[in-house]
Write a protein that binds this ligand. Structure first.
Ligand SMILES: Cc1ncc(COP(=O)(O)O)c(C=O)c1O
Length: 393
């Protein structure tokens, strides 16, 4: 059933030219938009075919599907240095964040505050503000003009009234990388929990939940994990699992799915309690294939490769006199570089007409190289930006 999809333990691929051949889009397009969606590989296309073939051949291959969901749980665990029992398999970041937040007793006691960085993805902010309906207060931590959020801002915002701090790892808006480990240290000093939405990091930056010392971490497979929409995960620190009782739940979160018991709520002893309904099986096939490519290249090697590409990009942007919205310090940025524009819609369109795929947020052009990009891609982007210099701020 596995075909020749790259599997864990398969021969490695060096980032760059070798792995690029597995992504047909590069035959005709300069794709630097992994912050929106990773490019489609032959492996992921084949994985969807395997799902359909298995369905055709076996009808309901239920046991195999459940096994694939467990394989995804294990792959997510390896990615962030957790154990599978600390991982929930979700259909989105949104699902995992909702499940965790629903388990916080925000309507009781003194800890009613959720502190969020202003760089969070909308879903995190919207979920936090929805908790105002059950008595929570939301505090925003704002960035400086250079896009960074100094630790002192978090220091001022977090106190003994704080239940949860939401600290995105890399901002989808500006490419700013926050100091998650230091924010976690501050939060823990005051008895608060920390959630790191790491969607813009997973697969392009090494993530280690032990080193970061976060309580919750979430991401999905659409972007740097090279797969499709509809699959994500939530890490929950093992010591916290049993004290958290999500009221956003479902039968796959039960201690015994097959008991089919409608008479009580008995969540699983592990982080499976943050799962919900039937696993997103087709997306799991794709997700395993995408993550196998990431594992075959190695996240450390990808991080180093992307850093090299982004040094080249930043040097070229300086030569063009472009205004870069992403902080300069290497430790304050990830794969995503944002460039200010006078008319970003026109700029994205002009690049698209030259078969260069980028995206935009907040008036910034977003360029996000990944494992399959090479120096020539960066040079093509820079040459095109030179031709459209009037659209750069
Ligand atoms: C940082 C970040 N968080 C969350 C999301 C959305 O997550 P989901 O749609 O899986 O809930 C995105 C998607 O663009 C994102 O960039």
């Amino acid at each position: 059933m596995a075909g020749d999809v790259v599997r864990v333990g398969a021969p490695g691929y060096a980032p760059g030219a070798a792995i690029r051949q597995r992504f047909p889009i590069f035959e005709h397009t300069t794709y630097v938009n992994s912050c929106s969606q990773g490019a489609l590989s032959e492996d992921v296309r084949r994985a969807y075919g395997e799902y359909l073939d298995g369905w055709d051949l076996h009808g309901a291959a239920w046991e195999h599907w459940v096994e694939r969901a467990e394989a995804a749980r294990a792959a997510f665990a390896r990615l962030v240095n957790a154990t599978p029992d600390e991982i929930a398999v979700t259909t989105s970041v949104t699902q995992g964040v909702n499940a965790v937040v629903s388990a916080l007793p925000l309507e009781l006691g003194e800890r009613r505050r959720i502190v969020i960085s202003e760089l969070e993805f909308p879903t995190v902010g919207q979920i936090a503000h929805a908790q105002e309906l059950r008595g929570a207060e939301v505090v925003h931590v704002r960035p400086e003009r250079d896009g960074t959020i100094p630790l002192e801002r978090f220091d001022e915002a977090i106190d003994e009234r704080t239940a949860l701090v939401c600290c995105t790892t890399v901002s989808y808006r500006t490419g700013t990388r926050l100091d998650v480990a230091e924010v976690a240290r501050l939060a823990h000093e005051r008895g608060a929990r920390v959630l790191a939405d790491s969607y813009q990091a997973a697969g392009s930056i090494a993530l280690d939940v032990r080193a970061l010392d976060v309580d919750f971490l979430t991401a999905g497979t659409v972007k740097y994990l090279l797969a499709s929409a509809g699959l994500g995960f939530l890490y929950c620190r093992s010591e916290l699992v049993e004290e958290l009782l999500p009221v956003q739940t479902g039968w796959f979160a039960d201690e015994d799915i097959f008991q089919m018991d409608i008479s009580d709520y008995s969540p699983h002893a592990s982080a499976r309690r943050f799962d919900a309904g039937t696993p997103p099986v087709p997306n799991i096939y794709a997700g395993l294939a995408g993550m196998a490519l990431v594992e075959a290249a190695g996240v450390d090697a990808i991080e180093a490769h992307v850093r090299g590409l982004n040094e080249r990009l930043l040097a070229g942007l300086d030569e063009l006199g472009a205004s870069v919205a992403t902080p300069r310090a290497e430790e304050r940025r990830g794969a995503l570089i944002c460039v200010r524009s006078t008319d970003v819609g026109a700029l994205v369109q002009a690049l698209q007409e030259e078969s260069i795929v980028t995206s935009s947020r907040d008036g910034n052009l977003r360029i996000s190289p990944h494992v399959y990009n090479v120096d020539e891609d960066v040079d093509r982007v820079l040459e095109a930006l030179g031709r459209h210099r009037h659209l750069l701020a």
